[in-house]
Design a binder for this molecule. Sequence first.
Ligand code: IMP
Ligand code: MG
Length: 182
Amino acid sequence: MSMHNDIQKVLVTEDQLRDRVKELGAQISKDYAGKDLLLVSILKGAVVFMADLMRAVEIPCEIDFMVVSSYGGANTTTTGLVKIIKDLDADLSGKDVLIVEDILDTGVTLSKLVPMLKLRNPNSVKICTVMDKPSRRKADIRADYTGFQVPDEFVVGYGLDYDEKYRNLPYVGVLKPEVYSK
Ligand code: IMP
Ligand code: MG
């Protein structure tokens, strides 16, 4: 059965994603001209956006990846601990770091990660997220570049998963309720 059958509605289409990523890449290319740009993607959710965004950036840049996990069980959002599972390979000193994220939800993850990265002497640390759910924010953090604002609904696709599935959907959508009760 195709995974497309599990989608109740599409929130952001493939065309919209392509156009917006192109715009973001152009803006970043302008803003970071002459700088030492390092795109940092957080696995796994941001991998699709990273692959598209890096090809829309027209200035020389480096890329790197990290794996972080929020822990604290059901209280993850309130305890807000972030553990680095796989650290960056790159030395951040003097670099202009742009964190490439899939979705800014409560903001707890990035509000912990940004100060950690700033301790490593980068020239700057900014955030580019493809999806933003501002209604859910708990931490005082904003993205510097945003693709789309989404309502307070759980979304999948374009890297975002439900139970590790649907990351490979080429658009962003909402699952049918019966998918959760399977
Ligand atoms: P937060 O901003 O610290 O709450 O965490 C953001 C992370 O939670 C994202 O990087 C996603 O991995 C995950 N997440 C938040 N909202 C959604 C969603 O609607 N669908 C899929 N994953 C989500
Ligand atoms: Mg993520």
